[in-house]
Design a protein. Sequence first.
Length: 401
Amino acid sequence: MKYLLLSSASLVVAGPACAQDIDLKPLVEARLRYEHADQEGLQEKSDAVTIRARAGLSATSGALSATVVGQGTLAAVDKYYDGLNGAATRPIVADPQDIALYIAQLQYKTKAMTLTGGRQKIALDDERFVGNAGFRDNGQTFDAVRMELTPAKGLKLDVAYAWSARTIWGIQGKGLRQQAVSGDNIFANVSYATPVGTLTGFAYLVDQDEAAVQGFRLSSQTYGVRLAGARPLAQAVKLSYQLSYARQSDYRENPNTYSADYWLVDATLDVKSWKLNAGYEVLGASSGAALTSFQTPLGSNFKFQGWADKFLTTPANGIRDRYIGGGYGWKQLGPLSGASLQAIWHRFDSDRLDQHYGNEWDFVASAKVKKTALSIRYARYEAKTMATNTQRLWLQADWAY
């Protein structure tokens, strides 16, 4: 946080102090989760019951606001390997116990500009490249300065400089899994709303300035373009789509020399209460050496390539993910609102050497009861040439004030 005072000062001088009343808003949320994991080849299964609580306060006066949020994670049942503690004879459940400063930011916000400085959440587009890792108990945040401009209707410029990524490993982080990874990271987005969807050009310069984290091999520069939109096809029928391409290469102290491509084609058809989704995502390979494939170390990676967490780091030969899924939803189902059932099937192949890694089934049922979100998830990975057969089950309740 060595730049926090400087970034805070820059926001204070960004606009005149507002001689208005201060509006105080408490921020409170809690999560209770049970995760069970059974992985072939490991002696024992994992059973984790974690409790995550966040509490803080936001103070707003005119265009200026200050927000501070602390968080703590407790392992009520700790029969699991959290990546830092416990025996690796059990499957990893990446939710170590933690107590930390989660958010500490100042923000100056007008209709045309938002400036944010300090420890903050940054989630860009679908969070494929830069995200909050919100599924994990200790979400990822950044010590950063961020500027969002809307100079004209439909046009947005979003640029951030982050000198530290606060990881999901919390205060006990060490070795390969650091508490925080320093570096000079730059995230830049320029988007424009067109008649067919939002067109975004992006540049993500990731500087992983910690030798313990893969010997700087996760430092990369990624440039790309993305189109995301939706169109009504008929009454109660809508087609949503995403198209994206990016090219990544080594950056800063990365000792590897490589370049790899990223492709995404995704479509979702909504017909009344039914939903059908299909897509094809490629994280390309270069030479086949470790960490010369397309990497996303700052993304919310649980959301992609299946929930069994087999591909959080892209294999040396890259990955091609073909997936199809469907679901059904209810606006109201007894005391439940926003209830839904979904299933997704993935086929995972390499980008080079024609390897079939494996297949995965993912299922989720979710709903809300007043301010509490409830969900049941299940993932089953069937290995062919990559990793081992794995099953995971989650029971989760999230509450927010």
